[in-house]
Design a protein. Structure first.
Ligand code: NAD
Ligand code: GLY
Length: 364
């Protein structure tokens, strides 16, 4: 087992990464302060892992909430079943919520924990690659609005993150690839060496070889833990973790939540960020090509999909991007690249060039 730490003074917490972690009651119990626990999961994950996780809390008054599965349910109304159960059972401020699932369950459960009685504890048990490398760490919680991704939310850190890599064995290939998009993101933000490693190890990752997956998860979490410790609430460098996300969120929202997976949209968004960087002369076209090839090798899309018969126009891109969380005082900030393995945040890009990138990727 690997243990990393997110260093946030009194809100610091460990990330445990390894196999068979869901078999070990003693690992999680120090992070449950009260006697009451609510496990939140969904109808896909419950038959796979709920019994195992329920057994971890046999010494507590433990309730389960099983939500419908899908990004379309990550809404304000979608969290009400969690709040309703907490209210019905009159659970007190020492209750611990447990998020058992991917990023959707993690974000929703974390947000419910942030607002119930003005904030109670929660634990992340991420079961997708995307959640194990990104969403379970760092305390961003929230839900979508029809007009924008993750627009309603709160920063609320978990008590611990328990990433049992065995759970990845039941994940389908498309979801595994979606997680690889966020792994590639860490390489593009600040590590050429990791980019080279990913190039060499992509077949092993797709074959779910445990050593390769463990290294990719550890690298990603270590990187994210450092960034979050330095800039918890995204006053500066944490924004780099949103590489590809401004374009990606527009794609996700524009195509309809769930039609393009979050990781897939981020993959296309990172290629768009590279495209805009090439247009400014900040990176060479050959670098963009290497990024496209790695993303393609991860079985991720490199163009906006048209399979759902929904199109996204330049105007839609512009409208959706105008509502991005990185618009400050009316000015859009983007994460762009200045070498392979180095990204930066800037509002200093040419609008004409942005329009050219959008035209190259718009589908309608
Ligand atoms: P997801 O939570 O929808 O999970 C993907 C699918 O896999 C779902 O159908 C789920 O039921 C299923 N699943 C989960 N674990 C499984 C397992 N072990 N075996 C079989 N099936 C399993 O999607 P995701 O990619 O994990 O998360 C995407 C969400 O995360 C988006 O809403 C995104 O906005 C959010 N996100 C948040 C952060 C953050 O910092 N909070 C960061 C990145 C992404
Ligand atoms: N996924 C971006 C962040 O956590 O900041």
């Amino acid at each position: 087992m690997i243990t990393l730490n997110v260093d946030l003074e009194e809100r610091s917490y460990p990330i445990f990464i390894g196999q068979d972690l869901l078999d070990d009651k003693s690992l999680i119990s120090p992070y449950v302060s009260g006697k009451q626990v609510v496990i939140v999961t969904n109808e896909t994950i419950a038959p796979l892992y709920l019994d195992k996780v329920f057994a971890l809390f046999s010494d507590y008054q433990c309730e389960t909430v099983i939500l419908p599965d899908g990004e379309i349910y990550k809404t304000y109304e979608g969290i009400l079943p969690i709040i309703d159960r907490l209210m019905e059972k009159q659970f007190d401020r020492r209750v611990t919520l447990v998020a058992l699932g991917g990023g959707v369950i993690g974000d929703m459960t974390g947000y419910a924990a942030a607002i119930y009685r003005r904030g109670v504890n929660f634990i992340q048990i991420p079961t997708t690659l995307l959640a194990q490398v990104d969403s379970s760490v760092g305390g961003k919680t929230g839900v979508n609005h029809p007009l924008g991704k993750n627009m309603i939310g709160a920063f609320h850190q978990p008590q611990c993150v328990l990433a049992d890599t065995n759970t990845l064995n039941t994940l389908d290939d498309r979801q595994l690839s979606a997680g690889l998009a966020e792994v590639i993101k860490y390489a593009l933000i600040n590590s050429k060496e990791f980019f080279v490693w990913l190039n060499n190890n992509m077949p092993a990752l797709k074959d779910r070889e445990s050593e390769a997956l463990a290294y990719a998860i550890e690298f990603s979490c270590r990187d994210k833990a450092e960034v979050v410790a330095a800039d918890e609430k995204e006053a500066g460098q944490r924004a780099l973790l949103n590489l590809g996300h401004t374009f990606g969120h527009a794609i996700e929202t524009g195509l309809g939540y769930g039609n393009c997976l979050h990781g897939e949209a981020v993959a296309i968004g990172m290629i768009m960020a590279a495209d805009l960087s090439v247009r400014h002369g900040w990176i060479d076209q050959s670098v963009q090509q290497q990024i496209i090839e790695l993303i393609g090798a991860a079985n991720l899309p490199t163009q906006v999909p048209t399979t759902h018969n929904v199109k996204i126009s330049v105007k839609q891109f512009i409208d959706l991007m105008a509502g991005d969380k990185k618009v400050l005082d009316g000015q859009l900030h983007l994460i762009l690249l200045n070498t392979l393995g180095n990204s930066f945040i800037t509002a200093d890009f040419e609008l004409d060039k942005l329009k050219q990138t959008l035209e190259a990727f718009a589908t309608g």
